[in-house]
Write a protein that binds this ligand. Structure first.
Ligand SMILES: NC(=O)c1ccc[n+]([C@@H]2O[C@H](COP(=O)([O-])OP(=O)(O)OC[C@H]3O[C@@H](n4cnc5c(N)ncnc54)[C@H](O)[C@@H]3O)[C@@H](O)[C@H]2O)c1
Length: 456
């Protein structure tokens, strides 16, 4: 029986390993983490992360061939294949601070693997890493006099939070990078065979390690770039009377462009886009490529511009003062169907509103606990209400920041009746029926579209 160990039971390690365990009952999957609370939660009905369909997948395999443990060393020792799926955040200190990846958690894992292993192993980079990390890891793994052989593969994860289960069940592609040596190709084949249990072979792409590592950073940079591109156009739409949804539709029907990821909004969030682009910028600079570095940096700059522009619009339209005004935030997660708030645009929006001395009340169906942590230094100024009706009561404005489907279904007449007048709504995701809101009496503002106002 093949034994897999995954170090890191987070947003990636948990769902990916649950899917492998579900699809490959003959493979034993052990997920280990130093975070005891997370390991305990994975074995309950109250999983540590919210992801549609995840609970069913975990429950199918839990205790059969899927296990969770805090005994990292034992997990590594028993395994034939060790996935490393720990966090790789942006460095906050020293050289490359604010750009480079912080590889300390990854390196600690490599050292632990070297320390405790007594048999040959395949080590799989699941975390998103800078190009040529595998080289550094191989040096760490093969340092000293441990005779064990480690073969490092790159297998970046392309799942998107909110649709992780669909993405894992039926991915556009799986990417595996291996060395072009005999042992590299053998290891690569072992991993291909696992994925081939449920994924058609033609969708399993194999490359060398460096192409695989770079492809993950490139994919995120391209996705984020599309969001920043349409957001740049949204500002011009507002200035000219064009409608960004019409523009996006018109260009998206061009098969060379394609229709996905062309929705104007307050901006992208999530733990990956910004950090991966900044990492790409750092890599470009490391290789002396200043123009490519500047090019990609601008994608992040445009995102920050869009977040701040949203708050400026709120301030200008609400008569240049929001001090002491209650503002209800509808949605704090960085996108719908997740409780994840890392790098959510809502963080900057709430902070800037609080900076204007507004009374901010945050509502969200899944992310209130994380929102409290993100805004922990502002708890005297920011309130939390899971129920959007309660958040909006007495408010001067609503800012819709996450595209939760349930916000479409709200009784906006009831909400309008409970608010201070004039009642403003700022739709940061362009998801509501703006004409209907206007007819109720709202002052309606959106992204890249004409505003609807009763005020003269
Ligand atoms: N979140 C996503 O949507 C996504 C998608 C694709 C790729 N990725 C990449 O996957 C990686 C993991 O991301 P995530 O969102 O799952 O992070 P996460 O923070 O949710 O999970 C990482 C886990 O690793 C654990 N950990 C850290 N050091 C450890 C150690 N030495 N031993 C044991 N456990 C340790 C942490 O306790 C944590 O639970 C990152 O490199 C990220 O860029 C994330």
């Amino acid at each position: 029986m093949t034994k897999i160990c995954c170090i890191g039971a987070g947003y990636v390690g948990g769902p990916t390993m649950a899917m492998i365990a579900k699809k490959c009952p003959d493979v034993q999957v052990m997920v280990v983490d130093i975070n005891e609370e997370r390991i305990v939660a994975w074995q309950t009905d109250d999983l540590p992360i919210y992801e549609p369909g995840l609970l069913e997948v975990v429950q199918e395999a839990l205790g059969r061939n899927l296990f969770f443990s805090t005994d990292v060393d034992q997990g590594i020792r028993d395994a034939d294949i060790v996935f490393v799926s720990v966090n790789t955040p942006t460095k906050t200190f020293g050289e490359g601070a604010g750009y480079a990846s912080d590889l300390q958690y990854w390196e600690l894992c490599a050292r632990r693997i070297k320390e405790v292993s007594t048999s040959d192993k395949i080590i799989v980079e699941k975390s998103t890493l800078p190009v040529r990390t595998a080289e550094a890891m191989e040096r760490v793994l093969h340092s000293g006099d441990n005779p064990v052989h480690f073969e490092v593969l790159s297998n970046p994860e392309f799942l998107a939070e909110g649709t992780a289960i669909e993405d894992l069940e039926d991915p556009d592609r799986v990417l595996i990078g291996g060395h072009e040596t005999e042992s590299g190709q053998k290891a690569l084949q072992t991993l291909v065979d696992i994925y081939a249990t449920w994924i058609p072979r033609e969708r399993i792409l194999t490359t060398n390690v460096w192409s695989s590592e770079l492809s993950k950073l490139t994919a995120n940079a391209f996705l984020a770039q599309r969001v920043s591109s349409i957001n740049a156009i949204s500002a011009l739409c507002e200035a000219t009377g064009a409608d960004v949804a019409d523009v996006a539709h018109a260009i998206g029907t061009d098969s060379r462009i394609g229709s996905k990821f062309l929705k104007a909004s307050i901006g992208f969030g999530g733990s990956c886009f910004k950090k991966d682009i900044l990492n790409l910028v750092y890599l470009c600079e490391t290789y002396g490529l200043q123009a490519p570095a500047d090019y990609w940096r601008q994608v992040v700059a445009m995102n920050e511009y869009q977040e701040t522009r949203f708050v400026t619009t709120m301030l200008r339209s609400m008569f240049n003062t929001i001090a002491s005004k209650r503002i209800a935030i509808f949605g704090f997660a960085f996108k719908a169907d997740t409780g994840d708030t890392r790098e959510s645009p809502a963080i900057r929006v709430c902070r800037e509103l609080a900076g204007e001395h507004a009374k901010v009340v945050v509502s969200d169906p899944k992310a209130i606990a994380n929102a409290r942590v993100e805004l922990s230094d502002l708890l005297d100024q920011i309130g939390f209400e899971e129920d959007p009706y309660a958040a909006a009561e007495g408010a001067h404005a609503i800012a819709l920041l996450t595209e939760w489907k349930q916000y479409k279904e709200l009784d906006f007449q009831r909400i309008y009746d409970s608010m201070a007048k004039p009642a403003f709504i700022f739709d940061g995701r362009n998801m509501l029926d703006h004409q209907a809101l206007f007819n109720i009496g709202f002052e309606v503002y959106s992204i890249g579209k004409g505003n609807k106002t009763h005020l003269k």
